[in-house]
Design a protein around this ligand. Structure first.
Ligand SMILES: Nc1ncnc2c1ncn2[C@@H]1O[C@H](COP(=O)(O)OP(=O)(O)OP(=O)(O)O)[C@@H](O)[C@H]1O
Length: 231
């Protein structure tokens, strides 16, 4: 059984369901790319896993236990970390202070910085003075410092040039290699598929390509295009 599992999950907002019938399985140490056009419901799905909103049907389990009644804090304690869209740094704090919010100890900070050598050089800089790419590194470092089992990443590349985002990709890979299950929502589809083990496509609120090896979508542009169009 997979560590984090969604079975027939539907998420509703306001008038009705925005995404329905989602099955997925996230294993520790693996990257699952969740891609699809704008408005397909990817953000809403991630929010239902971390507890920002509730799912309205189906089941979400961790190690087989339903998390439906768990609060956001309980889900976070169970190891579900969620990097939401936008750069969630504390701009007036230094890089060190931002990471210490979750690392808590100097030993914890040192452990995290080993995976983020670029940040070590900027450790005493105010976060607001960093480039967009560096700010997203801080966001990743802070999430990693909380020692998650599962990391949900929502369009971390927003506002970044592909070349800048490409420097972040190996860091996401090394986080997964340390045993974290990464659910990666990403607009740069090919970059996401390039580092993912598994992938799935959602379009117009439903799964248009079920979870499977990422390489199958990466190597078949027609299959990917058809899934984006929802066919
Ligand atoms: N707070 C909200 N209240 C009502 N409807 C919402 C809300 N947030 C999103 N929606 C609607 O839910 C649907 C799915 O949006 P969602 O942001 O989950 O999709 P997405 O695939 O992440 O898209 P994007 O790539 O644009 O972020 C859209 O039709 C959107 O308009």
């Amino acid at each position: 059984m997979s560590a984090l599992q969604l079975t027939g999950v539907t998420v509703s907002r306001g008038a009705g369901p925005v995404i329905s019938g989602v099955d997925l399985a996230l294993r520790e140490g693996e990257i699952l790319a969740l891609v699809g056009p704008n408005g397909a419901g990817k953000t809403s799905l991630l929010e239902s896993v971390s507890g920002v909103i509730s799912h309205s049907a189906g089941e979400i389990t961790v190690d087989g236990d339903s998390i439906a009644k768990w609060s956001r804090v309980q889900r976070s304690r169970a190891g579900i970390a969620h990097i939401e869209q936008g750069r969630a740094i504390f701009p007036s704090l230094t890089v060190r202070e931002n990471i210490m919010l979750t690392a808590r100890t100097e030993a914890g900070l040192a452990e995290v910085l080993a995976s983020f050598p670029e940040l070590e050089k900027r450790i005493d800089a105010q976060a607001v003075l960093l480039s967009g790419g560096e700010q997203q590194m801080v966001v990743l470092a802070r999430a990693f410092a909380s020692k998650p089992r599962f990391l949900l990443i929502d369009e971390m590349s927003l506002g970044l040039a592909p070349v800048v985002f490409m420097r972040i990709l190996p860091v996401i890979q090394s986080i997964a290699a340390s045993g974290v299950g990464v659910l990666l929502v990403e607009q740069f589809t090919h970059l996401a598929l390039g580092i993912a083990d598994e992938a799935m496509v959602v379009s117009s609120g439903r799964v248009s390509h079920p979870q499977g090896p990422a390489a199958a979508l990466e190597e078949d542009p027609e299959l990917l295009r058809a899934a984006y169009l929802g066919s």
